[in-house]
Design a protein. Structure first.
Length: 337
């Protein structure tokens, strides 16, 4: 094989695509009559639901799923409703583009962008052209913290890469979009080939590449944040921190007096530099607090309702379900599984 052909084959996913298709077609041939075998089920309980999909083989923490819906590779296809998963997901487009409907916005993704979602992210992907090739790289929910703590990264931003912290992912911001740089593209293709080849120790190799990928994501985010620092007045962060720490009772009038603004000017000031209205920011902080109490405390729902700044429990339940798709009690139970 010539040098150029060797390089072309190395930087191509065509071999992995063929293995992915063979695996997919074999899976379909095993479920004739649409009776799914154990540990291979896909369930949609509603139009806004969790998609239960056991995509991991035994002893796998990282897996790759080849998306076929509405592509030329699909034998059977149907629309995918708005749903979330119990694992982390990286959407990598090898060819074409995808329109992803998220809970509060639509993201158009092509080969230049990487979409990263945590288990709180509700989404409904739709490929834009039949020849689109979308790979979903999946990571078990509990695996991220385990591998990072085992490798003694406690003092690194990587500890919170998929949770909150350095990448800002949380129930409030469950997805992030990154630039697909040549290095990131190379890493993702290596991971896909490694997964489908399944040579000895492929999972361990995937773990090491995942660590590098997370580091590249963190570096990219920090570089973008550094570039933005000079664009914002210094008191914006102080104002946002004040809202966050007093979101249970704070008002626009109170903040105006504290920071020396008129109410109308402060309202415009916040919107100008954040892109959000005061009430929208306050709502997000209240929801974040509610999630923290549901996850990390034994407080009752009425107690949490009062602490986060709502006077009516029924209204709090309604607002929470609208935000996350499930009730506060269901969220608490899910977080403890």
């Amino acid at each position: 094989m010539e040098k150029e052909e060797l390089l072309e084959s190395f930087f191509s996913l065509e071999g992995a695509i063929q293995i992915a298709l063979d695996t997919y077609y074999q899976f379909l041939s095993n479920i004739k009559g649409k009776k799914l075998p154990p540990n291979k089920n896909i369930e949609y309980s509603s139009e806004h639901s969790e998609m239960n999909f056991d995509a991991f083989a035994k002893n796998e923490n990282v897996a790759v799923f080849f998306h076929t819906n509405h592509t030329k590779y699909a034998i059977e296809t149907s629309d995918v409703p708005l749903h979330n998963h119990d694992f982390y997901e990286i959407n990598y487009i090898y060819r074409g583009s995808v329109t992803n409907q998220l809970n509060d916005q639509t993201i158009h993704q092509d080969i230049n962008k990487i979409l990263l979602m945590n288990p709180y992210a509700y989404h409904s992907p739709r490929v834009d052209t039949p020849d689109t090739i979308l790979f979903n790289i999946l990571i078990r929910k509990n695996f991220t913290a385990e591998i990072l703590s085992d490798l003694s990264y406690q003092d690194s931003n990587l500890m919170n890469l998929f949770l909150s912290g350095s990448l800002g992912m949380s129930p409030i911001q469950p997805y992030l979009v990154f630039d697909n740089t040549p290095r990131i593209n190379f890493l993702l293709q290596e991971m896909i080939r490694e997964f489908y080849n399944k040579k000895p120790y492929y999972q361990q190799i995937l773990y090491s590449k995942l660590m590098e990928l997370w580091s590249m994501f963190a570096r990219q985010k920090e570089e973008k944040n550094a570039a933005k620092k000079g664009q914002y007045p210094s008191d914006i962060n102080e104002i946002l921190n004040y809202i966050q720490h007093h979101c249970g009772s704070v008002s626009l009038e109170e903040i105006s007096k504290k920071f020396g603004f008129s109410v109308s000017h402060l309202s415009r000031y916040i919107n100008k530099y954040t892109g959000y209205k005061f009430n929208e920011i306050l709502h997000q902080f209240k929801m974040q607090n509610a999630v923290n109490y549901l996850t990390h405390s034994n407080l009752t729902i009425p107690e949490i309702t009062e602490i986060v700044g709502y006077s009516d429990v029924s209204y709090f339940r309604k607002v929470f379900k609208k935000e996350f798709g499930i009730s506060p009690n269901a969220y608490r139970n899910q977080s403890k599984q």
